[in-house]
Design a protein around this ligand. Structure first.
Ligand code: DQA
Length: 145
């Protein structure tokens, strides 16, 4: 049987991980995270397809693609779009693929404008506040779905 795929979709400013506010987000780059998830995914029997875009519509398109491609699950760190995007909320609601919300920080302990999550209202689960490890734990959860 062909290997199942898990998409790991990342939104705005996550291409800056490594140097972006390291006191909040740590010093791992998105490439470092991708490398580790690829190894972890292979051990769990999944191919990892990690992408990043600063554009909301790309994330919407990739969620639809996940549905049409029949991927096993999506890990989604939508960055600031988490707190603003009804379009992402609707995209998650439009697909049958389970979506796990991921954050390096814990937005609920930060500024009030981060306390609303339109992604979280539609997602299956959420892992946050563990730094880059949030992705590892989210991948474990996704693999077990
Ligand atoms: C983030 C939290 C968001 O509030 C923020 O806008 C980000 C990163 C995180 O991973 O902790 O860009 O999603």
């Amino acid at each position: 049987m062909a290997e199942k795929t898990i998409y790991v979709l990342n939104g705005p400013n996550l291409n800056m991980l490594g140097t972006r506010q390291p006191e909040i987000y740590g010093t791992d780059t998105l490439d470092d995270i991708a490398e580790r998830l690829t190894v972890q995914g292979a051990a769990l029997g999944f191919a990892i397809d990690l992408r990043q875009s600063n554009h909301e519509g790309h994330l919407v398109d990739w969620l639809h693609e996940a549905h049409f491609e029949g991927v096993h699950a999506v890990l989604l760190n939508a960055g600031a779009y988490t707190h603003t995007s009804i379009a992402l909320h609707d995209a998650i609601k439009s697909i049958t693929v389970p979506v796990i919300e991921v954050h390096l920080s814990d937005p609920e302990t930060r500024e009030p404008f981060r306390h609303v999550s339109y992604v979280g209202m539609a997602a299956t689960d959420c892992v946050k506040g563990l730094g880059a490890d949030s992705y590892r734990v989210a991948l474990e959860k996704a693999a077990a779905l």
